[in-house]
Ligand binder design. Sequence first.
Ligand SMILES: [Zn+2]
Length: 189
Amino acid sequence: MQEIFIIVQYISLLLLVYPAANQPGEACAAAGEEEGGTSSQSPAAALILCRACGHELAVGTDIHIVQSRLALSSRNDTSIGSRRVNVQLFENPHGHQFEVITFRKAAVTLQWPADKHFSWFPGFSWMMATCPRCRIHLGWGFQPSDWPDTVTKNRFEESEHTFLALITHRLLREDFASSLLMIPKSFNS
Ligand SMILES: [Zn+2]
């Protein structure tokens, strides 16, 4: 029963976010891709999940490139988005390196107050971003550094000047068609 509920949740989410997927032609196209074909899947169909627990964090279209001149390197990658997405490598003051993808929004828990120091994006303060379900550290949120250190979740989410940088290897991509087959595996834990 739980699996059915989760599948319904996925479909509802997709219909909510992508009304076009509701059209019969689109649905047939998606169903036809179950057998292997990945090249023709639209970016809109890609779900981005927490790799640790399968929690839905974002969809492919939430990916939003924010380039930083402080990145040690920057490359394009297809492992997370269906299209090529920009992956930047950063190093924190402790010498730990993180590859991140930037998102306009994602369903993460942000932990204010924001910190202006050691920001990877000049002009922005950062705060930790964790998974709402399993609490694992997923990355960071960024807000303009002239904002108060603590703001409401609504203000952060509604602003066009905020974004998130999520750690690439803590994310998992699932395309809509394959997610119908793979959901039980993702939710085994
Ligand atoms: Zn999680």
